[in-house]
Design a protein around this ligand. Structure first.
Ligand SMILES: Cc1cc2nc3c(=O)[nH]c(=O)nc-3n(C[C@H](O)[C@H](O)[C@H](O)COP(=O)(O)OP(=O)(O)OC[C@H]3O[C@@H](n4cnc5c(N)ncnc54)[C@H](O)[C@@H]3O)c2cc1C
Length: 420
């Protein structure tokens, strides 16, 4: 067998997971990333004592790939309230998970966010999806989420527009809900079966935990791969390195370019996240507030320091405000518009909040309009000696970035007949 390492291009969660499983199988690897730290799209900045994730994001503890690999206790996960506040016509209405917050069930049932029958349909969908395995969900015919909500599950337009559109539209970065029903049903199951959390030290604690278990000499940062050439990768400085196998663990546009593979879609979804510091929280619970009306730019707001007090210095409050897409306004104009809407939502004190930073994430997620969520163990084998992993292959989620990373490592192990 060749002595060259497996070269993994991309140290996001897919590449880190692939490296972790190769390391466990004693298969030498070299993990390369163009960025200055591991994590890919899961990065966190420290700004004036505040912990700012690069775009609002959460870890669902039910994700099986995370359960298999992450030490949740060490991450010190901080949970959100299981539900949301839906703002419509100037009022907030609480939509709770009645199985976890039974005392909030009556307000949920009578909130003007969908009909009473819709609330019962949520319970029916919850028990159906928690009874199904993830493989069963991925085997269902794929349709746009909006269509499946109306036809498979029978929800009214009111319920879809006031609740599912801002909640899942803010997850898919697609408020038309065109994303795959497999993605929706998988995520709904995950929300129902576990907690919605952030690590106390920010989302980047997740990739950092994975990287800490790998030999540091196997990770090369600030190293851009320019091309693949036979059994080696060529770097942008013109040098190259031989590899026994290559794993392309990049985002979809980079994989498309490096592999010259037109079948990998480069269509992406964008999001913009603005962070504010405030003297006190405008909400009573660590809960996500959603825009249930189809107007304005804001999609959702969370008081991050109510969820994880460590996200803000003592006596301060950190608020994230999310706009789906990449608005045309420049940053100053966008901030003024968002602040006007925040004042509308939370009153005049929002006018005094300090704007900390705006993150525009153009390539946030792959577009997941069907057909997109694959269900095929072989999808990680690209061509002879070249493997792929990354969120665009299955669901655009932390779980499937990691899941496809594991599958790529398993494929390499199998192809070399290395025992598990
Ligand atoms: C704002 C935001 C919010 C999100 N919210 C959630 C959420 O709440 N829950 C959830 O489950 N998921 C969420 N996601 C999705 C999740 O973060 C991603 O699906 C996952 O992190 C993708 O990991 P990946 O390893 O596939 O790709 P990436 O993280 O994109 O990693 C690819 C890596 O490849 C490197 N690379 C690319 N080209 C080259 C090259 N030529 N040479 C060297 N290196 C290269 C990049 O620098 C990058 O580090 C969110 C994503 C974003 C952006």
């Amino acid at each position: 067998m060749t002595t060259h390492p497996v070269t993994i291009v991309g140290a996001g969660l897919a590449g880190l997971t692939c490296a972790t499983y190769l390391h466990r199988a004693n298969i030498p690897f070299r993990l390369i990333d163009a960025a200055d730290a591991v994590g890919g799209r899961v990065r966190t900045d420290s700004v004036e004592g505040f912990t700012l994730d690069r775009g609002f994001q959460v870890l669902l503890t039910a994700y099986p790939e995370c359960q298999a690999l992450l030490d949740y206790d060490a991450l010190n996960l901080q949970p959100f309230y299981d539900g949301a506040l839906v703002r419509t016509h100037g009022h907030f209405h609480r939509i709770a998970d009645p199985f976890r917050h039974p005392f909030d069930a009556p307000r949920t049932l009578f909130a003007p966010v969908g009909t009473l029958a819709d609330k019962l349909r949520v319970a029916r969908m919850r028990s159906a999806l928690t009874a199904q395995s993830i493989n069963e969900i991925f085997s269902q015919p794929e349709q746009p989420t909006r269509q499946v909500l109306a036809t498979r599950w029978g929800f009214s337009d009111l319920m879809i527009d006031r609740f599912f559109r801002p909640f899942f539209g803010g997850i898919f970065f697609d408020t038309e809900l065109q994303a795959s029903s497999r993605l929706f049903e998988f995520l709904f199951k995950m929300f129902a079966e576990g907690d919605t959390t952030v690590p106390a030290q920010g989302m980047q604690a997740i990739p950092n935990q994975l990287a800490a278990q790998l030999p540091s000499s196997s990770i090369d940062l600030n190293t851009q791969v320019a091309a693949l050439e036979n059994n080696q990768v060529r770097f942008d400085d013109g040098t190259s390195a031989p590899a026994s196998a290559i794993v392309i663990a990049t985002d979809a546009p980079a994989a498309h370019n490096l592999l010259g593979d037109e079948t990998i879609s480069t269509k992406q979804r964008s999001t913009t996240c603005l962070y504010y510091a405030a003297p006190e929280s405008p909400l009573d619970d660590p809960i996500l507030a959603l825009n249930g009306d189809q107007d304005g730019l804001l999609n959702n707001v969370a008081v991050m320091s109510d969820v994880a007090p460590s996200y803000a210095p003592d006596g301060e409050t950190l608020i994230s405000a999310v706009v789906v897409g990449d608005p045309l306004e420049d940053d100053d104009a966008l901030e003024r518009t968002v602040r006007r809407e925040l004042i509308d939502w939370f009153g005049l004190p929002a006018g005094g909040w300090t704007h900390l930073r705006t993150y525009r994430i153009e390539h946030a997620l792959p577009d997941q309009t069907p057909p997109s969520v694959r269900h095929d163990a072989n999808m990680v084998r690209h061509h002879d000696g070249v493997y792929v992993c990354g969120d665009y292959l299955r669901t655009a989620s932390i779980n499937d970035a990691m899941g496809t990373g594991r599958m790529a490592a398993e494929a390499i192990r199998t192809d070399r007949s290395v025992p598990a």
